[in-house]
Structure formats: structure tokens, C-alpha cells
Write a protein of this length. Structure first.
Length: 291
């Protein structure tokens, strides 16, 4: 009887682990998303292409593989790695029974305009999606997509850390948002400036928040850098003179001198004159006065 209980316990644990494995990761084109596909070795990790949001959204959309094909990478379109400066509007972990545990990032340009996720909403032409898979979910919801990916490099003990890695990108998000909601709700990122590096991927339209007009994503994101805001200039020391500046133009030297004399009654002082022959009002004067 004890033997039978032991067998049943082992079977229960094995089944539990299998069910847990099924809930981690996705299914549709999952191998391409996490790099366990046969074509992942062709991804040009050593050739990162700088690109603007505008140009990324203008890339020609290729034909998708059949709906049931979850392991074929579109060559060469999905072998390119891009670096783009963008704005992070919001993000969430795709949690729950139907979620694949990716971090889903809504990225846009300086307009902060992004595609809504409701049915029938056309893409704005300003936003795109970036995704960071959970590095523990490579095998996908069915457990059949493999366990090795070039996007999660395994350096030897004497090798330097990898510059591009899903793990590092994921860690950067966790560091930036230590109190994030990871239950499937959106986290507001406020349009934070970011620089991201990721692999080009073309998804099917299915009402995704942030969807690009050409359905391109950076999936997976391999690096994300949160660009700090430039520091505010230090205040002037007490008693320091502060100046304001003004430019005036004229068609003749006499006219320029007349303007300068008139402005002199308001405290303006001529500090320089330039002759710019490329314009009709070629006499350019630079003035300053104390604030």
C-alpha cells in the first residue's frame, strides 16, 4: 500500500509540474519570440541598426507564415536588431491564465500618441510594441519550444557579461519600477525617455495596445536604457549679473545703428555686428542688457 501511495504521489507531482509548465510562456510563433526557433542563429546580434520611430514604422510588412507555423522566422526581416530612442507610455506583465508573462511595453515618439487596444481603433502611426519574455518560459505553454536561446547567452566564467540579453532587459525594468503591478494591470510610465535594442518581429493584428501600422514589434527587447533627464543648470551665485539677449537686423549700417540707439534708452547695449550677405537684411546686430 505504501508503494502504491508513493507511485501516486510521484505521478501527482509530475502532473502538477507539467500543468505549471503549460501556464508559462505562449504558443503562437513563440519560438520566434524567444529565440528557440531554428532561424535564431541568423539574428544579427553584432549588427545593431540605429533607427527612428518614424522609420521603424515605415518598414515594409512581409507576409506572415501560416497560422499554425510557430517556429519559422521570416528571413531576413526578423533577423535585424534595431536601436531606437522612444517614449515609454505604459507597460504591463501579461499575467493570468491566458498570459505568457511577457512584459508588454507601449512605446511611442515625442507626440505620446499611441494606438488604443479597443476593437476598431486604427493605429495612430506613432506607436509600436516592445516585449520582454520571461527568461524562465522559453519552452512555452506547451513545453515544446526548447530551452536554449541566443537571446539568453550563457558566458563562461572568464567571459564578460553579455551586452544584449533578455534577462538584463527584464532586470532593468524591475529596477526602474520596483513597485510595479504584475497582475496584468497597466503601469503608467509617464512617457519616460528610453533607448531600447530589440529584434524586429511582425505580429498579427489583434487589438494590441500600441500596435504599429505595419505590425512591427521589437520582440524580444534585449536592452533598455532609461535616459536620465538633463540636469538643471546651477543657480547663479548671489550678486552675479544675469543678462538677456536680442538680435536686430537691417538693410543698411545706418538703419542698424539707428535701431541700436533707439533701444539704448531701454538699457540695450550693442555687443556685436555681423554682415550676412545671404539675406536682404544683411546687417545683423547682437545686443544685451541686464535682467
Amino acid at each position: 500500500m505504501r508503494f502504491l501511495y508513493g507511485v501516486l504521489w510521484i505521478a501527482f507531482v509530475s502532473c502538477s509540474q507539467f500543468v505549471l509548465g503549460q501556464t508559462c510562456g505562449g504558443k503562437e510563433r513563440w519560438a520566434v519570440k524567444d529565440g528557440t526557433d531554428p532561424g535564431a542563429s541568423q539574428v544579427q546580434l553584432n549588427q545593431v541598426t540605429p533607427i527612428t520611430v518614424h522609420d521603424l514604422l515605415a518598414i515594409h510588412q512581409p507576409h506572415f507564415p501560416p497560422q499554425s507555423d510557430n517556429t519559422t522566422r521570416i528571413i531576413p526581416d526578423e533577423t535585424h536588431v534595431y536601436r531606437v530612442s522612444a517614449r515609454l507610455v505604459k507597460w504591463k506583465e501579461e499575467a493570468g491564465a491566458d498570459g505568457d508573462r511577457d512584459f508588454h511595453l507601449v512605446l511611442t515618439d515625442d507626440t505620446l500618441s499611441f494606438t488604443d487596444e479597443h476593437a476598431g481603433i486604427a493605429p495612430t502611426g506613432h506607436s509600436f510594441i516592445g516585449e520582454i519574455p520571461d527568461p524562465n518560459c522559453l519552452s512555452g505553454s506547451t513545453g515544446t519550444f526548447g530551452s536554449v536561446s541566443p537571446f539568453i547567452p550563457d558566458p563562461g566564467p572568464s567571459d564578460p557579461p553579455a551586452a544584449l540579453s533578455i534577462k538584463d532587459a527584464r532586470h532593468a525594468m524591475e529596477q526602474q519600477f520596483p513597485n510595479a503591478d504584475l497582475t496584468g494591470n497597466w503601469n503608467d510610465a509617464g512617457g519616460t525617455p528610453v533607448e531600447i535594442v530589440g529584434v524586429g518581429f511582425f505580429d498579427r493584428a489583434h487589438q494590441q495596445a500600441g500596435r504599429a501600422p505595419n505590425n512591427i514589434e521589437l520582440h524580444p527587447i534585449l536592452a533598455i536604457n532609461f535616459t536620465p533627464a538633463p540636469p538643471s543648470p546651477p543657480p547663479p551665485p548671489p550678486g552675479a549679473v544675469q543678462w538677456e539677449y536680442r538680435v536686430i537686423t537691417a538693410t543698411s549700417a545706418a538703419d542698424l545703428n539707428g535701431q541700436a540707439n533707439s533701444l539704448g534708452s531701454q538699457g540695450w547695449e550693442m555687443v556685436g555686428v555681423v554682415l550676412d550677405t545671404s539675406r536682404p537684411d544683411k546687417y545683423v546686430g547682437y545686443l544685451k542688457r541686464k535682467k
